[in-house]
Design a protein. Structure first.
Length: 281
């Protein structure tokens, strides 16, 4: 009988996800454990963080100085990073499940050591990870411009880049550099926003189809382009309606108030974020 057989399998032979990381890394993914490890690591780097606005180790033109000032300001204002948004990027790079301990990983624009910990809990080897940024908050992060890297050709097996490509002065040039330092068959995964109205960072205006075209032109095969929205509380979404006509704002505010939705979460498919994965030909 099919039901009895399925019941037997469910209890005695349940399907398990392939496990490529050991119990230590699985334990380090738990929210409290992860946050405490990251906090300890970031606290050791606070001295370096205080100095990142003293000089421009990389930026030589106005665009990169502006990117440096803006991001260094955000890093200092935050002090300690807690977001795990980069996690999706390393989940993509870790698929299909396989041992990752021999893969050389480049992390572009990590801001601090936090993203290394994310990559490590997904199976990448600590010693084989290298980061670059416009400033360095940790010895594992070399000051280097992603649009003109010092690494020899084919230095890496994988590249992860979260919320960084929009700051490029020339996205084509940046993709060309990623293709150059990846070995053939190596993968590049990144996440970026899509805000066609952004006048400050022109990279944000690049659509998914333009990104596909640029990737193909720079020597990549596109594996994944996923556009998605955001999840926030109803209260936050309501605050975004303040500049809309008052009747609309008042109607939504009434619904939120009546049903007590303020602190509840709502996903809206705004399609203003993209995740991309491409393989070097
Ligand atoms: C918004 S932060 C992203 C931090 C982290 N990856 C995350 O997702 O939370 C962007 C980072 O990219 C760095 N960045 C901007 N332009 C860059 C460039 N041309 N070369 C290298 N890093 C750059 C910034 O300094 C900053 O640390």
């Amino acid at each position: 009988m099919p039901f009895a057989r399925h019941l037997y399998n469910a209890v005695l032979r349940p399907v398990r996800r392939a496990r490529t990381v050991g119990p230590l890394r699985l334990a380090a993914r738990l929210p409290i454990v992860f946050d405490l490890i990251s906090l300890t690591m970031q606290t050791r780097d606070l001295g370096r963080l205080r100095r990142i606005r003293d000089a421009y180790p990389v930026a030589t033109d106005e665009h990169h100085k502006r990117a440096h000032d803006y991001n260094a300001g955000v890093s200092q204002a935050k002090g300690v990073t807690t977001t795990r948004r980069a996690e999706d990027i390393y989940e993509i790079l870790a698929m299909p499940p396989r041992p990752l301990r021999h893969e050389r990983l480049l992390i572009v624009g990590p801001r601090n050591i936090h993203e290394f910990l994310i990559a490590w809990v997904h199976g990448f080897d600590w010693a084989l990870m290298q980061g670059i940024d416009l400033y360095s908050t940790n010895p594992k992060i070399r000051p280097m411009n992603m649009e003109a890297m010092d690494f020899p050709d084919q230095s890496f097996d994988a590249i992860g880049m979260s919320a960084t490509i929009s700051y490029a002065k020339d996205i084509g040039r940046c993709l060309h550099e990623m293709a150059r330092v990846l070995r053939p068959g190596g993968r590049f995964a990144f996440g970026m926003p899509y805000h066609p109205q952004n006048t400050e960072w022109h990279g944000d205006r690049l659509s998914a189809s333009e990104m596909r075209r640029l990737l193909r032109e720079t020597g990549f095969e596109v594996e994944l382009v996923k556009s998605y929205g955001r999840i926030f509380t109803w209260g936050y979404w309501l605050s975004r309606l303040r500049n809309y006509p008052a009747p609309i704002y008042r109607a939504v505010a009434a619904v939120v108030g009546t049903f007590g939705l303020d602190g509840k979460f709502l996903y809206i498919d705004t399609r203003d974020s993209m995740e991309v994965c491409a393989r070097r030909r």
